[in-house]
Write a protein that binds this ligand. Structure first.
Ligand SMILES: Cc1cc2nc3c(=O)[nH]c(=O)nc-3n(C[C@H](O)[C@H](O)[C@H](O)COP(=O)(O)OP(=O)(O)OC[C@H]3O[C@@H](n4cnc5c(N)ncnc54)[C@H](O)[C@@H]3O)c2cc1C
Length: 292
């Protein structure tokens, strides 16, 4: 299958890239790792007039960690973020989720920021960014702006980025003390897009009892979905059964059926994965190593 005709530019600086995007507006598409865009072109589901290939912008090829969190530049590949020990120390939810993204060959080429702005409802990183309250920096010839995850995801494969904007950085906040995270998903085969995925975050009080429990979902709606599930589990011990939070998630979520799974099956996955990941997050927050 051949893509439709397009012109191709490979700018050598961010400024040049922004100029090209400003010139062509909605006709232009950024090409990063190409792991989503190239299949869309080949299947003729997208037909941009121009591709602006950002692979020479090595200044955007970075992963930086400090006590505030992890900053990922637009050219950082999934594999680099996944393998970085500083990332694992600073925000372990990132490698936990990235290990479920596709297969090694795709992770070697696909970019983490490209995955976020591609905004596939079944992708892992948009749910992680949403749960953590992360941000994306968008650059254009007008300057830069920071977009919170809650404002970024507008619908399936749709974000609030303007066509003349280049996403240059994603920021994933670190967790405060006594806070733990966990990630799990179910897919037909490892590396496939998930039928349901849950990123969980639990904050404990000084007595190691649950003070806050939240979960971010993928494949359960057209955009990543974050639920506050604290109420039914507030004050429970860190190693308690958190099935009540799973039941609440089952009442609040409203997935659509599709060819891969019925809505009821997705809800059952969400109930089970929510209880399980929240408990793992709570045990991590308490400093307990997992044996389950
Ligand atoms: C077989 C297969 C399985 C996969 N499985 C999964 C999976 O399980 N989970 C998952 O999350 N992903 C999966 N992916 C997708 C993969 O993670 C891609 O890497 C990711 O979706 C897009 O990143 P990319 O760098 O390849 O972006 P590209 O394909 O280059 O671009 C994707 C879209 O984002 C835009 N874009 C990219 N970067 C920028 C930027 N910096 N600024 C503005 N716009 C930008 C492009 O214009 C395009 O519209 C899979 C892909 C394949 C081929």
């Amino acid at each position: 299958v051949k893509p439709p005709t397009f012109s191709y530019r490979r700018p050598s600086s961010v400024e040049e890239a922004l100029g090209l995007l400003a010139e062509d507006g909605p006709q232009a598409k950024v090409l990063a790792g190409g792991q989503s865009l190239i299949p869309l072109l080949s299947m003729r589901l997208a037909a941009p007039g121009r591709l602006v290939d950002i692979n020479s912008l090595t200044e955007l090829s970075y992963v930086r960690c400090d006590e505030a969190g992890v900053r990922v530049g637009a050219l950082a590949r999934h594999a680099e973020v996944l393998a970085d020990p500083a990332v694992a120390a600073c925000q372990p939810l990132l490698p936990a989720a990235l290990a479920c993204v596709a297969h090694p060959t795709i992770r070697n080429r696909g970019t983490s920021l490209g995955s976020i702005v591609h905004a596939d409802p079944a992708a892992e990183l948009p749910a992680v960014l949403s749960l953590l309250g992360g941000t994306v920096i968008a650059a254009s010839t007008d300057g830069r702006r920071t977009i919170g995850a809650a404002e970024l995801f507008a619908g399936p494969l749709e974000t609030s980025l303007r066509p003349d904007e280049l996403a240059v950085e994603a920021f994933f906040p670190a967790c405060p003390q006594l806070t733990g995270t966990a990630f799990e998903e179910v897919s037909r085969r490892h590396g496939d897009y998930a039928l349901c995925g849950v990123a969980a975050l639990v904050r404990l009080d000084d007595d190691l009892r649950i003070a806050e429990a939240r979960a971010g979902y993928l494949s359960m709606a057209g955009t990543p979905w974050v639920l506050d599930l604290t109420e039914p589990v507030r004050g429970l011990a860190y190693d308690a059964d958190l099935a009540a939070a799973g039941e609440l998630a089952g009442r609040l979520l409203d997935p659509e059926p599709d060819i891969h799974a019925t809505a009821e099956y997705r809800l059952q996955l969400a109930r089970v994965l929510t209880a399980r990941t929240l408990r793992r997050a709570a045990r991590t927050a308490a400093g307990v190593m997992h044996d389950d």
